[in-house]
Design a protein around this ligand. Sequence first.
Ligand code: SAM
Length: 243
Amino acid sequence: THFGYKTVAEDDKVSLVANVFHSVAAKYDVMNDLMSFGIHRLWKRFTIDCSAVRSGQKVLDLAGGTGDLTALFSRRVGPTGKVVLADINASMLTVGRDKLRDQGLVDNIEYVQANAEALPFADNSFDIITIAFGLRNVTNKDAALASMFRVLKPGGRLLVLEFSKPQSELLNKAYDFYSFNLLPKMGQLVAGDADSYQYLAESIRMHPDQETLQQMMEQVGFAEVSYHNLTGGIVALHRGYKF
Ligand code: SAM
């Protein structure tokens, strides 16, 4: 089946995204390593470096899924800090919590099931917010960005790690072939689920490019917004501040 992603109504997108992540949760980490040849680990490390996180800080890892960023942050903020891993999907949260507990990371992590569009936190709560490969799954991205702005402390920063627009035509073509032909096949082979990986390819294609996302962040109030292309723009890291 084809998801017909561009034409589904908003409610349908919510349940579509829910089904995709319930379906991939158990195989999510191994698929990430396979699909990106392990490079997602470098993109995530770069995100942590750009966060300038310090011991004692309060971090929100939004759409945190299986908790890769949460694990890195948890070690950096130490016992006096806190990391909240928030995700809309219970299956992803469960896989994440089990994984982090197995790594002995327990004391400074909280798990919250929440929709990025309406965050259940007080204003000015977090020093740092990250959303990695999450924003493109959110139906109302402007509402989500505004909600992140609200819960960020003045002086705090938001980091958005997301697929973006490859900067060269050649890379763009190779990448399209990879994501629309090879990716669903790998999904079928490894996770027994081609549809979810077809959705992934389509959601990447639909996602706003570097400049558009920068403008969207500025429109909800973020200041000094800039971005850094990674792997030729296949992925970009956007950063903005709340002053
Ligand atoms: N951040 C993790 C990482 O980089 O490995 C997980 C990324 S995974 C591709 C996307 C996550 O976004 C899923 O866990 C999904 O449940 C979550 N998600 C989708 N829509 C969401 C929403 N509206 N609010 C919060 N989380 C959402």
